[in-house]
Design a protein around this ligand. Structure first.
Ligand code: ADP
Ligand code: MG
Length: 253
């Protein structure tokens, strides 16, 4: 559980304004989908929330505390899963506890019982308990991504950030992975922000939507407000043509 305040956040890279005066608040347990074209500033925003990137100005406040570096209570899931392929799903999930256990203890394989229990519980959450002892190199992309989610959960975060977590998956696997992320967030009442570029998946899974364009926050609203016109504003006409077509087909028998 976590309350996040983003206040007038800006990030400049040379001439590029990656974030331009972005402000919003996220309450406990909200499931937020972040949308925008490539280059809109989604990753930069998530990295500022995670304390990996330092903003040029503005601030991120988590539970009343200003973020000034990476935090254990914020976990991140990436497009590339960065899991260790030679290790089992279980060992990979366990590495999520490194922040608590320490690197040398983990090298010696000395994890507290509580962490081992957490790793199994997280694998169960992502539907991989039966595969706990399987090497991740033999798993599908979707399963590997679920191992990445399990590892993030073992970190016992209050805030879960996911940067295009399903961008490299086929549509069916993307659905499955998004469902696990949403279920994991709901079961643990985790505040979650997931950036996505597939509008159809966003519409299916989002409860609240943030839309970015050229570093600016151009939309902040719930499912009812997230209309085709909104998507136009975020993306321009290309994406919406196919959605309008889809809706026409839904309406016309
Ligand atoms: N480390 C960096 N150095 C220079 N420019 C960057 C860096 N990171 C991002 N940018 C630029 O900032 C803008 C926003 O990038 P990014 O946050 O990655 O967008 P998105 O994730 O929405 O695709 C882009 O123009 C990108 O080229
Ligand atoms: Mg990005």
């Amino acid at each position: 559980m976590s309350t996040i305040e983003v206040n007038n956040l800006s990030k400049q890279y040379g001439d590029v304004q990656a974030l331009d005066d972005v402000s919003f608040t996220i309450d406990d347990g909200e499931f937020v989908v972040l949308l925008g074209e490539s280059g809109a500033g989604k990753s930069t925003l998530l990295r500022c929330l995670n304390g990996i990137t330092e903003p040029t100005s503005g601030s991120v406040i988590i539970d009343g505390e200003e973020v000034d570096g990476p935090r254990d209570d914020v976990a991140m899931i990436f497009q590339q899963h960065y899991i260790l392929e030679e290790m089992t799903a279980y060992s990979n999930a366990l590495t999520g506890s490194l922040g608590r256990t320490g690197f040398f203890q983990s090298l010696l394989g000395r994890y507290p019982e509580e962490d081992k229990h957490e790793a199994l519980r997280a694998l169960e959450t992502v539907g991989l308990l039966d595969e706990a002892n399987q090497r991740t190199s033999s798993m599908s992309g979707g399963q590997q991504q679920r191992v990445g989610i399990a590892r993030a959960l073992v970190q016992q975060p209050n805030l879960l950030l996911a940067d295009e977590p399903v961008a490299s998956l086929d549509p069916a696997s993307a659905e499955v992975v998004m469902r696990y992320i949403r279920e994991a967030a709901a079961a643990r009442n985790l505040s979650t922000i997931a950036s996505l570029h597939q509008v159809n998946i966003a519409r299916e899974f989002g409860e609240r939507f943030l839309g970015m364009k050229d570093g600016k926050l151009v939309f902040d609203g719930d499912r009812d407000e997230f209309t085709v016109d909104t998507i136009d504003e975020i993306y321009g006409d290309i994406e919406t043509d196919s959605i309008r077509e889809e809706q026409r087909m839904e309406v016309e028998p």
